[in-house]
Design a protein around this ligand. Sequence first.
Ligand code: GDP
Ligand code: MG
Length: 162
Amino acid sequence: MKPVIALVGRPNVGKSTIFNRLTRSRDALVADYAGLTRDRIYGTVREENLDFILIDTGGLTDQTDNMSDLMRKQAKLAIDEADLVLFIVDGRAGLMPSDTDVAQQLRSDGKPVRLVINKTEGEQREMVAADFYSLGLGEPQVISATQGRGFTELLEEIKVCL
Ligand code: GDP
Ligand code: MG
């Protein structure tokens, strides 16, 4: 069985952009507004010595409307299926309260989690990372999904985790 990796995080942090880059597809819709991805989307990533299933999810919020509930359920299903969770945060927005909530939830789920900071083009690694250490998820991967920054390192890290 191929390992399964789930992309989890708030809406609009760039999960679908990361999904498309890693799967070399345009299967996941990317948009400038929150909440476009509602279901789970599956893709395959094949790199040297690396072959896994990637799941894109709609995103987790602390809101309590029907759409948020639906997306939360989908994310939960993806996390249950996953061997590894990539928790995506937005380096430009900085640490948000709902990031802390999601981190808490992921820790209680007990799945292996790697923290990934997206939208970091033009930023110094240390500066972006500093904001997120308080999540207690260890050393983050610092990437830019639109520029492709940090993807070699991210794939290396995934290899180590699987
Ligand atoms: P999702 O809701 O988490 O799936 O986020 P999307 O992938 O739909 O992206 C939300 C918005 O952020 C889109 O306008 C993307 O083009 C933009 N975005 C994604 N990755 C990056 C990045 O690395 N840098 C910047 N500046 N914008 C990004
Ligand atoms: Mg999306």
